[in-house]
Write a protein that binds this ligand. Sequence first.
Ligand SMILES: [Zn+2]
Length: 206
Amino acid sequence: MLRYSLFLILLSYIGGAYNEDKLVNLTIESQYDALTYLNQYGYNPCADSTGVLCSVGFPSLLKDFQKRFQLNITGILDDGTRQLMNRPRCGNKDSPVSLSKKSVASLGQKWSRSMLTWSLRNYAPRIHPAESHRAMQQAFHLWSQYIPLKFTEVCPECSPNLVIDFGYAYHGDEFPFDGPGGRLAHAYYPEDGRIHFDMEEPWTIR
Ligand SMILES: [Zn+2]
């Protein structure tokens, strides 16, 4: 959950100026496309099971998605659902509403300390480095007002707890970015601390 909170706040300071036409390139049209999306973003508990017999019907998966985003719960790939699936989004998986609070909590790793350091290692092309640092500082400050953590910026070589990178396509992990639109960013649970933004998004400061 912490990763999502951080994203929400960071992304609230660094917003993408999207061209609506670009979103059409990512259109999910068929039920197959939608199933791929649901598998990718954590709605299918059977998608990651190996060597285990497991199956969940498409309508059931889609209802979880519709419930999460307060759409009409039809289990059908209607226009509203399709439209939402084609919007730019965080690259991390969602936590389907069908998971109980207890099971979600069991996923949660947390930091073993309350004072954390962070560093910004590179920048989005359109944003001046000083502006980038300022936006991140504001985001961390805002975040710390709502959670019991304090953040201090340190140099990239100072072994920061949180390392923020802008990268594109295959950038050193197993979650490649996909160019403008689609996946915007992702991060890792504590105490990993990696936070990655897609450099090819048209990031701007709001
Ligand atoms: Zn990454």
